[in-house]
Design a protein around this ligand. Sequence first.
Ligand SMILES: Cc1ncc(COP(=O)(O)O)c(C=O)c1O
Length: 425
Amino acid sequence: MRCAQWLERAERIDREDGLQGLRQEFLLPDGVIYLDGNSLGPLTLRGLAHLERAIADWRRLGVGGWQGAEVPWFHLAETIGTMLSDIVGAEPGEVIATAQTTLNLHQILQTFYRPTGERHVVVTDALAFPSDLYAIAGHLKQRGLDVRRSLRLIASRDGRTLAADDVRDAIGDDVALAVLPGVLYRSGQLLPIGELTAAAHDHGALVAWDLSHAVGAVPLALHRDGADFGFFCTYKYLCGGPGAIGGLFVHRRHLPVRPGMAGWFSSDKARQFDMSAELEPSAGAGALQVGTPPILAAAPLLGSLEIYRKVGMDDVRRRSVRQTEFLEAMADDVLAELGFQVATPRSAHARGGHVALAHPEAARLSRALKDRGVVPDFRPPDVVRLGPHPLYTSFEEIARALAILREIVLQGEHLRYPQGREEVG
Ligand SMILES: Cc1ncc(COP(=O)(O)O)c(C=O)c1O
C-alpha cells in the first residue's frame, strides 16, 4: 500500500473509531500535527478553566483560598492524588501529587533506601533517563558510598531495549533498591511491572518505578502488582502543563512512614497548623510531601484528569495500541525502504504509547518535520520519537505525518539543515 491508501484507511478508522468529540477538549497548537504529547501534553479546555478559577480564587480570597477555594488548596495535593489513583491502580492514600519526578526519586531514596554492608546496591539500567542516574549517583555519594560498587547498571543488548532476564539477573541478594522504567523514554518499550517486581522481591529488593512515560498511556495496577514505589510527571500524556506537579505512589505495606526529607506539608493534615516542633506525619503517601504545593502548577491537571475519568484507562489503551500498530505497519510499508527502522517492540504487551523510528539522519529529519508542520521529538543518537495521543490524535494525522516524512527523505529536504543537535524539547 502506498501513502494515499494508508490515508484512506486512516480516514476509515477515524470514522469508525472516532474521538467522539474528545479532541475538542484539547487546545492543540494551531496548524500542526502534534506528536509530542509524550514530552509535553497540550493544554485542555477544562485545565484552562481550573487554572483560571484558581487565579480568580487567589484574587478573590487571597490567603482564604487555602480553605475557601472551590477546590480548597490545602487539600489539593490529596484531591489530585485520589484522581491519579484510578490511573495508576492505587488504593486510597497510596498516591500524592507533589514536587517533580526527580525530586520524588530523591525522596524515595532518602526515605526507603537503607543500605547495609551486605545489601547496598541500587540497580538501574544503562538506558535510564539521565536525571534518574544523576539522582541515584548523587545520593550514593552523599551517603559516602562508592558509586562503582553500589550502583549496578543493567546493560541493553541492542542499545534500545532491556531483556527481562537481564533485569532479573541484575537483582541479587545484595540489592536494596531497583529503579526501573515502566516505559523506556527512548524506545517506548513497556516492561512487565508485576513480573519484575515479584522477581526483585524474591531477592528481598524493593522496586521504584519511573512511570513518566507510562502514566496516562498504559493502564497501571501498581497496588495489585505489588510495586513498592512509583514516581512520575504529569506533563506528558496527562497534560498537566509545563513543570506541573509530580506524582508519587507508595504501596500501603510501606505506610505509614517518616519521610527522609520532611517538611510541614508531610504533616497529618489535622495537626499541621498545631505548629508543633515534632512532626506528626500523614498516614498516607502524603507524608512524603515537603513544602507548600504549587497550586497554579497543579490546577490544570484537575481538568485533564476529569477527561481521563470520563474515558477510562482501558479505552485509552485500546485506542493507543491501535494507533501504534497502525503507525508501525505504515512505517514498515513506506519508510523501511528509506532506511527507517521501528525501534519499539512489536508486541503490544511490550509497547507503551509512543513509537521510535530509528534513522541515521534522525536529528535533521526531526527539524525538517517541524518545518513541515509535524511536531515529533528527537532523542540522540538516532531516534525520531512519535507520540500519538489516544484522546486527541486522529489516524489521519498519523498517516499524514508519515507521508510527509517519506516526502522529506525522497526530496532530500533534511539535507538543507546543518548537521548537529536538535534543540531541546
Ligand atoms: C523518564 C523520565 N524520568 C525523569 C524525568 C525528569 O522529570 P522532571 O524534570 O519532572 O524531574 C523525565 C523528564 O522528561 C523523564 O522522561
